[in-house]
Design a protein around this ligand. Structure first.
Ligand SMILES: O=C(O)CCC(=O)C(=O)O
Length: 345
């Protein structure tokens, strides 16, 4: 008899038996090798995916956006010497994080929602090798969770080692997300190259304690290795492997783009169905909308309803819903049947 979980459509993915390696993988141009590295070490570095011109164009676009966000007082940045904001929370775990205009170059700046900030970033998120490794790691349907540019400058402290799926309080047999970091210039240890503890993707999660300086630190005494890369290299890492941004002591900026893809049932970091401008929505094809989380795969997770009778945003992969407001006799509001027609059965 066929086991229920093996029936078509139930997303049964057999677990892979892998030999865990506690060493950094070498950069590779071979996608199959990258898949093996990801399985065995929790990360993989790919080389040769981009021309120098492509890297330069992405770098210029990311840096121009970052500069204008600073100029226009809407930058998400950190300057550790500022300490905690008197009233507001931190951006991620970065001490001295602020939203506004930095009065001097911040040690950390993140440009979020890149998909709203240039067609080239959406095209980049569709790179076949990125999608192949996302599917390989996650093992089922997924969509984009996060698209950011990062600029790290001298004085940036090391980020606390963490797992990207740290919100889960239990171990998972597969990762819920695949993260990648593309180097848009040199990506050396002295510039804060991402640090990894290879082989930690098969658990347990790091434990944390408050250090003498009042900052959170990892209890385990582990060796973390920098993923040093050339411009255009990409490090892919699954959401269970321990990692964190390294400290920068260099006058040369570290510039990178990060994408996270997550399993279709995971709450994404960036809620694109709620956040992308109408103008962009209308330019996207169905494949792109699916990548941004508009597709409903199974069990109705992520179902949308029109926000007003004119709303054009729709799910893909499930029945379209009509606009239905609060209906009370005499409140003057009405529902709008689909296509203006009521089906009677
Ligand atoms: O910037 C990096 O090197 C790593 C970033 C990261 O892991 C994070 O922000 O969670």
């Amino acid at each position: 008899m066929t086991a229920l979980k093996e029936l078509e459509g139930l997303n049964y993915v057999p677990e892979r038996q892998v030999q865990i390696r506690n060493e950094m993988p070498a950069p590779t141009t071979d996608l199959e090798q990258a898949k093996r590295d990801l399985d065995e070490t929790g990360l993989a570095i790919m080389r040769g995916l981009f021309t120098p011109e492509e890297v330069q164009q992405l770098r210029e676009a990311a840096l121009e956006q970052a500069e204008l966000e600073r100029e226009q007082g809407v930058a998400l940045f950190a300057r550790p010497e500022l300490g905690h904001h008197p009233t507001k929370g931190m951006i991620y775990t970065h001490v001295g994080s602020r939203i506004g205009r930095p009065l001097k170059d911040p040690t950390y700046q993140v440009v979020r929602f890149l998909v709203n900030k240039g067609r080239e970033f959406i095209d980049l998120a569709k790179k076949p090798e990125f999608l192949a490794l996302a599917y390989h790691a996650i093992g089922e349907e997924y969509h984009l969770s996060n698209a950011t540019a990062l600029v790290i400058r001298k004085g940036a402290p090391a980020q606390v080692l963490h797992r990207d799926q740290a919100v889960l309080s239990f171990e998972t047999p597969r990762p819920s997300m695949l993260n990648l970091m593309m180097a848009l210039g040199p990506y050396r240890a002295d510039q804060g190259a991402t640090l990894f503890v290879p082989g930690t993707h098969h658990g347990p999660a790091p434990r944390y304690a408050m250090g003498a300086d009042g900052l959170v630190e990892v209890v385990e005494d582990v060796k973390a290795y920098p993923a040093e890369m050339e411009a255009g290299d990409v490090v892919f890492f699954e959401s269970r492997v321990w990692h964190g941004q390294g400290p920068s002591v260099s006058d040369e900026m570290r510039v990178s783009i990060s994408f996270i893809y997550n399993a279709h049932w995971w709450k994404p970091h960036e809620n694109y169905p709620a956040s992308i401008p109408n103008e962009l929505y209308e330019q996207l094809d169905d494949e792109e909308r699916a990548l941004l989380g508009f597709k409903v795969f199974q069990h109705g997770t992520g179902t949308m309803m029109p926000r007003d009778p004119q709303d054009k945003r729709r799910n893909i992969g499930t029945a379209e819903l009509p606009f239905i407001p609060e209906l009370r006799r005499g409140n003057g509001k009405s529902a709008v049947p689909l296509d203006g027609e009521v089906e009677e059965w």
